[in-house]
Design a protein around this ligand. Structure first.
Ligand code: DC
Length: 208
């Protein structure tokens, strides 16, 4: 059983994907963290962004200890992640990791940008989670304030717009898959959105 969540940054897809995985007892993979790990490694080693061979080597040999590293969540690392994500060798190096993870039993939930289209087009259920820029910014702002980050709503909004622009350059077909379920998460609370997603999963996987 494989469930794919795609959508722009800070739309809430991570919260939903993690929540559904927990509810169903499935494995969860935040694929953005993989790109962030490569970006972090590039920063640490002061590798030039043009050195695609070296950066792809980081992707082939992920430092799994970094999975829980708080540094991954920083804007600097997020920005580095979106830069390394355009390197084709990085994308193909991470493809195998993601596809292997997707085979885990009894099921897997992956969240990212191209899960339902490129990584696992055979996924049983595919979601595209979106929300307005203002909702995404307000949520991210609250989250950052909650962990003591000193920032402003304007700065967070600018970051989200900049991230969307960079992500557009990836040219990923996240939404074009015809069997994708699009959920606009702008007006929904977490519990409501989780219930909606779970309803779709149950409907899609119900035995006739
Ligand atoms: O979701 P995130 O902010 O953690 O993702 C970090 C970057 O990685 C983002 O700029 C897009 C990129 N990414 C990607 O190209 N493909 C994915 N499956 C997940 C993330």
């Amino acid at each position: 059983m494989l469930i794919a969540f795609d959508g722009p940054s800070a739309a809430g897809k991570g919260t939903l994907a993690r929540g559904i995985a927990q509810h169903l007892g499935y494995h969860f993979l935040d694929t953005g963290a993989l790109y962030r790990m490569v970006g972090l490694q590039m920063i640490r080693t002061q590798t030039d962004l043009n050195d695609a061979t070296k950066i792809a080597a980081f992707a082939r040999d992920l430092n799994v200890d970094d999975f829980e590293n708080h540094e991954l969540r920083s804007e600097v690392v997020g920005s580095a992640a979106s830069k390394v994500a355009v390197i084709p060798e990085v994308r193909s190096a991470l493809l195998k990791f993601q596809r292997d993870f997707a085979k885990r039993l009894p099921g897997a939930v992956l969240d990212g940008r191209d899960i339902g289209t490129v990584i696992c087009p055979e996924a049983d259920v595919k979601f595209y989670i979106t929300a307005s820029v203002s909702t995404r910014a307000a949520r991210r702002f609250k989250e950052l304030c909650g962990v003591g980050v000193d920032t402003t709503l304007e700065a967070v909004t600018d970051d989200i717009i900049a991230r969307d622009t960079r992500d557009e350059r990836l040219n990923l077909p996240a939404r074009s898959s015809k069997d994708v379920i699009v959920i606009d998460n702008s007006e929904l609370g977490v519990e409501e959105a989780l219930a909606e997603v779970l309803g779709f999963v149950k409907a899609k996987t119900a035995k006739p």
